[in-house]
Design a protein. Structure first.
Length: 143
């Protein structure tokens, strides 16, 4: 749990720096009466992204710790509890954090795709040569 607190503090500091940079380099040029609502929405979007990445990194480190600590023992003196007899709540907490991270990551990907589509211009160019319609003679009578 202390590791989660350290990751949380690092995640909050990184989030504040990133959000400050975003707001500093993307100022609102016109006086928009809904600027506060846009700023709150952008704050939530960036928060979802950072929570998803931060909790995913924590779960990765926790899984690596469990793998290294429990799998590489020379003599077995400590085993992970089974998921059916989980009295510590380790599996339920892990699975809850996993599903929260998964849903936030999917949401962050959809937001990223939406922002990319809204900020990109697409041009479809047809490079095919025009066909000469005189060669086909569709209405010609057969003899």
């Amino acid at each position: 749990m202390p590791f989660l607190a350290v990751v949380g503090v690092v995640m909050i500091v990184t989030f504040i720096i990133d959000f400050y940079r975003y707001m500093r380099y993307n100022p609102d040029e016109n006086n928009d009466p809904y600027y506060c609502c846009k700023a709150i929405f952008l704050l939530l979007v960036h928060l979802v992204k950072f929570i998803a990445v931060g909790v995913w990194l924590w779960l990765l480190c926790l899984s690596g710790f469990c793998f290294c600590f429990y799998k590489f023992q020379q003599t077995i003196y400590l085993i992970l509890p089974s998921p059916s007899n989980d009295t510590t709540g380790l599996y339920s907490i892990f699975m809850a954090l996993f599903y929260i991270t998964f849903s936030f990551t999917v949401l962050a990907i959809f937001i990223m795709i939406f922002n990319l589509v809204n900020s990109t211009d697409y041009f479809l160019i047809d490079w095919e040569k025009e066909k000469d319609l005189g060669k086909f003679e569709v209405n010609k009578n057969r003899k």
